[in-house]
Structures are given as C-alpha cells and as structure tokens.
Design a protein around this ligand. Sequence first.
Ligand code: FES
Ligand code: FES
Length: 199
Amino acid sequence: MPSSTSSVITLKINGEKYTLPVDHRTTLLDALRERLDLTGPKKGCDQGQCGACTVLLDGRRAVACLQLAVAAEGREITTVEGLADGEQLHPVQQAFLDLDGFQCGYCTPGQICSAIGVIQEHAAGWPSAVTDDLRPEAGPPPLTADEIRERMSGNLCRCGAYVSIVEAVARAAAGTGTRTDTAPAARISPEAGTKEAVA
Ligand code: FES
Ligand code: FES
C-alpha cells in the first residue's frame, strides 16, 4: 500500500511495463534484480564504482545502484536483456562474443550497455578526457583505443579482459561507420599457439 515511505510505480523496461510497490529507498538495481528477476545488471560494489550495474536510461548509460527506482518512473529503461532482437544479438553483444570480450562474464552486461552508450555519445560529438581537439568544428575524434579505454573507464573487469573489450567496442563502433584507427588485434590461436590477425 502506498504510504509516506512507499509508492506503487510503473517502470518501462525493455519495452514492457511493470507495476510494483516499492519502498522509496529501493534502488533501481534492487528493483530490477530482486523484484522483477531482471538479473542481467549485476551488483558489484553497490556504490557507483564498478559499472557492473550499468543500464541505459532514456538511451544514456547510468549505474542502476545509484538510481532510485521511484526516480526511474516514466523513463525508458534498457537492460542487457532488452538488447537482442529475438535471436539476433545486438552488434555490441556479437562483437564481445566474437572477440572474447569477457572471461567470467560478471561485468559483461554492464560493459555492453556502457559500450552502447559510448558509441552513441561519441557519435553525438561528446569529447572525453583524452580528446585532443575540443573545438566544436573538429568533430568527433577517431574512436581510438585510448578513447575507448577512457570512455569505458567506469566499467571495471576483475578478470582483466580489457584488451578484448577494447577490441570489441572498436569493432562494434566500426560497424556503425565510426573511424576507430585501431589496428587489427594480434590474438593467440589456441590450436596452433601462434599469433594471428583478427579480421
Ligand atoms: S554495482 Fe553499481 S557501480 Fe558497482
Ligand atoms: S569478465 Fe570477469 S569481471 Fe569482467
């Protein structure tokens, strides 16, 4: 029942509407995971430090552990569960899969949501802390490995899959026509134990 400390809210998540009563202190992350069984967003630190809980709010990335569920009412919430189109993975998901952009996978849903945000922010011309030329007329810088590392720096991976994550983000961005200027990665072929270039 609604009270001074709780409300019935309706959240729009991955195109579906969910109505639920929540304590006003409930984070969006807890509402997703504990109340709605949307366990894609992970709880790593629960204090905005690791990025494991990253979702998209109205298309922009946000850490769900620092959002109150009541404040997310009326917004478009996208979790990793909502990215694929049926059996067709989102291009960022496919790139992570193709390039082994994960090990244990715990950080991966947050990495993927964040990467989608990065590609969109970059396309919109948002600079990062490592962007050299900040003049508006300079346009978006190439999405180099340094740019990707900086823009993805809010997403930690305890397995250390960073090399492949950067490759996956670059490949997905290149698929949108973004200039990435990242060289083909040299990877170890498990069969031969030799290095080969990844197309
Ligand atoms: S669980 Fe939200 S940033 Fe770590
Ligand atoms: S793949 Fe294990 S924490 Fe990133």
